[in-house]
Design a protein around this ligand. Structure first.
Ligand SMILES: Cc1cc2nc3c(=O)[nH]c(=O)nc-3n(C[C@H](O)[C@H](O)[C@H](O)COP(=O)(O)OP(=O)(O)OC[C@H]3O[C@@H](n4cnc5c(N)ncnc54)[C@H](O)[C@@H]3O)c2cc1C
Length: 377
C-alpha cells in the first residue's frame, strides 16, 4: 500500500477565506461590462434553427424577461442545473423529452448522464482532553470565514498493483475541539447523517477532541444521472447519484475505511483515544471489524463530498467538444463541472476554475479578430 500525507491547501487571502466571488468577480464588478441579475433563474434557452440567440429568465417576483446574446450564451449552472436547462430547452435524450412533451431541438442522448461524485465515508476517532472549551469552539464558528479548522490529508491505494493507478483513496481529517457545535452541524446538516448517528458522535466528544476523517473514493466506476422532474425550472431535477452501482466501488471504499480505522486507532490508542462507533442497526449484528462489517458500515455511512460532475461531458462523442461548445447547436458553450468527463483524483474546484480560465482564453481568442485593433490578430 503506497501511502503519503499532504497538507490541505486552502486559498487564503487574509483575513477572509477566498472564493471565486472575492478573487474574480470583485476585480471586475465596476468595469461596466458586467451585469449580474440577482434572484433570477434561467428557465430555458431561446433557440432558432439550432442556434442559441438568448435566454428566458424568471425574476424573483415571477416576472418573465428575455435576454438576447450578441455573440453566444455560456451556461454555467453546475452539474445538476446545466443539464436541467438543456433538457428544458429541448436538448437531450429524445425519449425523455417526448415523455414530458418538450419539443425536441436536438436528440443528444448523453445530456444528464455520466453523473459522477466523490462518495465518502466518515471515520471518527476521539482523542485526548480538548484544548479548547465548548464556549471557545462556539465562538470560533463566528469567525468561520477564516476557516480556523486544522486539516490534514492523505492519499493511498488499497488494491494490488498500486503503481498502475492513481491513489484510490483520499482522506481529509478535520480536528474539532470538545462538544463543537460546528462538528454536529457538519455531520447532520452538511453531510446529512441522521440525528442518531451525529448525536452518538457528539456525545463521545463532550470532553474530548475528535479527529473526523472523510474517507473518499477517488476514481468511482459507478455513474448516476440527472433527469427532469417536470417542465418547471423551479422543480429540482431528479438526481440519482448512482453510488455503488458498480460493486467494485463499495469494496474499494470499504477497504479504505477499514485501513483508516486501523491507522487511526493504532495511533490514537497510544494517547487514550478510541473509535467513535455510531449505532447502525443494519450492521450491528455483524462481527465488529470483519470485512462484512466494514462493507455494511460503508454502505450505510456513505455521503456526497459535493463534487458532482460529468453530466455534459466533453469528448469525441460527448455533449460538448474540446472548445466546450455544445455539439449540434450553434452559439452555446458550457463552462462548469458538468463538462468534466472523468473526475480528477482530487477535490474539483481548482479544475472548475481552470475550465473557466480555459474558456475565457478561448472566447477572447475567438472574438479578438472581430476587433481589428486587437493585439492577437
Ligand atoms: C459544501 C461544499 C463544500 C465544498 N468544498 C470544496 C472544497 O473544499 N474543495 C473543492 O475543490 N471543492 C469543494 N466543493 C465543490 C465545489 O464548490 C464545486 O465543485 C464547484 O463550485 C462547482 O462549480 P460549478 O461552476 O460547476 O457549479 P456551482 O458552483 O454550483 O455554480 C452554479 C451556479 O449556477 C446557479 N444556477 C443554477 N441553476 C440556475 C438557473 N436555472 N438560473 C440561474 N442560475 C442558476 C447556482 O445558483 C450556482 O450559483 C464544495 C461544494 C460544496 C457544496
Amino acid at each position: 500500500m503506497g501511502r503519503g500525507r499532504y497538507i490541505y491547501q486552502i486559498a487564503d487571502k487574509e483575513p477572509i477565506r477566498s472564493c471565486v466571488a472575492n478573487t474574480y468577480l470583485a476585480n471586475v464588478r465596476n468595469k461596466g461590462n458586467l451585469d449580474v441579475l440577482k434572484n433570477t433563474l434561467v428557465s430555458k434557452l431561446i433557440i432558432k434553427h439550432k442556434t442559441v440567440i438568448g435566454v428566458e429568465l424568471i425574476r424573483e417576483c415571477g416576472t418573465k424577461i428575455k435576454a438576447y446574446a450578441r455573440k453566444e450564451v455560456v451556461l454555467s449552472a453546475g452539474a445538476f442545473n446545466t443539464p436541467q436547462i438543456l433538457l428544458l430547452s429541448g436538448i437531450g435524450p429524445k425519449p425523455e423529452l417526448e415523455k414530458l412533451g418538450i419539443p425536441v431541438v436536438l436528440d443528444s442522448p448523453k445530456v444528464g448522464k455520466n453523473l459522477q461524485d466523490h462518495v465518502h465515508v466518515p471515520v471518527a476517532v476521539v482523542g485526548g482532553p480538548s484544548q479548547a472549551t465548548t464556549l471557545e469552539n462556539a465562538v470560533s464558528m463566528l469567525d468561520w470565514k477564516t476557516f480556523p479548522l486544522p486539516m490534514v490529508g492523505s492519499l493511498f491505494n488499497v488494491n494490488k498493483d498500486p503503481k498502475k493507478q492513481s491513489p484510490e483513496i483520499q482522506t481529509i481529517t478535520l480536528n474539532f475541539g470538545a462538544a463543537s457545535p460546528f462538528f454536529y452541524y457538519l455531520c447532520h446538516i452538511t453531510f446529512n447523517f441522521n440525528h442518531t448517528v451525529c448525536k452518538s458522535f457528539f456525545n463521545d466528544t463532550l470532553a474530548k477532541e475528535v479527529y473526523y476523517t472523510l474517507t473518499i473514493l477517488n476514481n468511482p466506476l459507478s455513474r448516476g444521472e440527472v433527469t427532469l422532474r417536470s417542465t418547471d425550472i423551479k422543480d429540482p431535477p431528479v438526481i440519482n447519484a448512482g453510488f455503488f452501482r458498480n460493486k467494485a466501488d463499495l469494496i474499494t471504499l470499504s477497504k479504505g475505511v477499514k485501513k483508516v480505522y486501523e491507522l487511526l486507532t493504532e495511533c490514537y490508542e497510544k494517547v487514550g483515544g478510541s473509535f467513535s462507533r455510531p449505532p447502525l442497526p443494519q450492521c450491528d449484528d455483524l462481527e465488529f471489524g470483519c470485512d462484512d462489517y466494514w462493507l455494511c458500515y460503508t454502505r450505510i455511512m456513505s455521503s456526497t463530498t459535493y463534487h458532482p460532475a460529468g453530466t455534459c461531458a466533453m469528448g469525441p462523442d460527448g455533449v460538448t467538444d474540446s472548445d466546450l461548445k455544445v455539439r449540434g447547436i450553434k452559439n452555446l458553450r458550457v463552462v462548469d463541472a458538468s463538462v468534466i468527463p472523468k473526475l480528477p483524483t482530487a477535490n474539483i474546484e481548482p479544475t472548475v476554475i481552470m475550465i473557466a480560465e480555459y474558456a475565457a482564453d478561448k472566447i477572447k481568442k475567438e472574438y479578438a479578430c472581430e476587433d481589428e485593433t486587437a493585439a492577437d490578430c
